[in-house]
Design a protein around this ligand. Structure first.
Ligand code: MUC
Ligand code: MG
Length: 373
């Protein structure tokens, strides 16, 4: 039997402006940059993938520009000529030859799954065993950098019935100011919305103790990555000290991280991200570790565009219990898109496309318009 081979891979960076400034502890975004991967196979099937990080090198070790160089120099020569249908064999070869680079690996795996789904006429979630949800709950992140603007944004989205959970980014202001900012938003929204806080590692453990106490007293529902990602024991101590759930995000990347954290209960919730884990299969293995340890699941994002967001959604839709919902709002933060049919975000949920593969079609004109020259 002959198998379709990987014949050619094209890559480019797409820059898309955000609808407003997005303040995180380590950067302020006014655009996001996406590495788009187009994988062409000998049976005429094309798979698309996306490798996205936040703010160049401010969030992780892979910048969009480095991903392009690494793809063209190291990844693509290894991939050309391989059987496109054996995704495990391909990913194992990448793992053996290329250390780290999980976001780039995730983009390649997404393209392979998209191609395989199109080839077999089934969706990516079907390839992964079947979706258990037709749509996923999606929260919105308030990060304009201004308390009044954040409240107005949340009020508008509640009135439009678009979101009922809001994540607030802190860590870019002084500690006291951050806590005042969160409490003011929670007071304004009251019982109409859940409010979670993402500190993005900005506090040390002692500071975290002081401020999490205040946030807990003011009805905040979840605290994400309050301290440095390396401080696993600190995360465990905070999880034990407070009733408000603590979520591991940056701390929890590899399967080993997930296992180590689960053993010491470093976090009572895990933020799953296909980019952090190096792909869809790995993120589901992280979810299995969490499930086995009675740790809650949250469908996270690296603020991917539509391709990465839908790849994540296919993976997350196969999980029985995503008790903390998702933050798959990346495309809503952008002024435009490079896919033909916009994603369906009605009623605060993201519908999982049912077409073959990811169920998306590239808009070549838009791709050319936003492609970095
Ligand atoms: C993060 O750290 O969770 C997710 C939502 C958002 O606004 O930023 C990301 C990254
Ligand atoms: Mg986070």
């Amino acid at each position: 039997m002959t198998y379709p081979k990987i014949e050619r891979i094209e890559t480019c960076i797409v820059d898309l402006p955000t609808i407003r400034l997005h303040h995180l502890s380590m950067t302020v975004m006014k655009k996001n940059s996406f590495v788009i991967i187009r994988l062409f196979c000998s049976d005429g099937v094309e798979g698309i993938g996306e490798s996205t990080t936040i703010g160049g090198l401010s969030y992780g070790e892979e910048s969009p520009e480095a991903m392009m160089v690494n793809l063209n120099t190291y990844f693509i020569p290894l991939l050309l000529g391989m059987d496109a249908t054996n995704i495990h064999a391909i990913m194992n070869k990448l793992e053996k030859n290329i250390k780290g680079n999980p976001i780039t690996k995730s983009g390649i795996e997404t393209a392979l799954l998209d191609a395989q789904g199109k080839r077999l006429g089934v969706s990516v979630s079907t390839l992964l065993g079947g979706s258990q949800h037709t749509a996923l709950d999606v929260l919105w992140t308030l990060a304009s950098g201004d308390t009044e603007k954040d409240i107005a944004e949340a009020e508008k989205l509640i009135a439009e019935n678009r979101h009922n959970t809001f994540k607030i980014k802190t860590g870019w202001q002084t500690d006291n100011r951050a806590v005042e900012h969160v409490i003011a938003i929670k007071k304004a929204l009251g019982a109409r919305a859940k409010v979670t806080v993402d500190v993005n590692q900005a506090w040390d453990e002692g500071t975290a103790k002081i401020y999490i106490k205040k946030l807990q007293e003011n009805g905040i529902d979840l605290i994400e990555q309050p301290i440095n990602k390396e401080n696993f024991e600190g995360l465990a101590r905070l999880t034990q000290t407070f009733e408000v759930p603590i979520m591991a995000d940056e701390s929890q990347r590899t399967l080993t991280d997930a296992f180590q954290l689960a053993k010491i209960r470093g976090g009572s919730v895990f933020a799953l991200k296909i980019g952090k884990s190096g792909g869809l299969y790995n993120v589901l293995k992280v979810a299995a570790i969490a499930e086995a340890s009675d740790i809650g699941l949250y469908g996270g994002t690296l603020l991917e565009g539509s391709i990465g967001t839908i790849a994540s959604a296919h993976a997350f839709s196969t999980l029985k219990n995503l008790s903390w919902g998702t933050e798959l709002f990346g495309p809503l933060l952008l002024t435009d898109d490079i896919i033909k049919t916009k994603l369906d975000y009605s009623n605060g949920t993201l519908s999982i496309p049912t077409g073959p593969g990811l169920g998306l079609e590239l808009d070549e004109d838009k791709l050319n318009q936003y492609k970095r020259k």
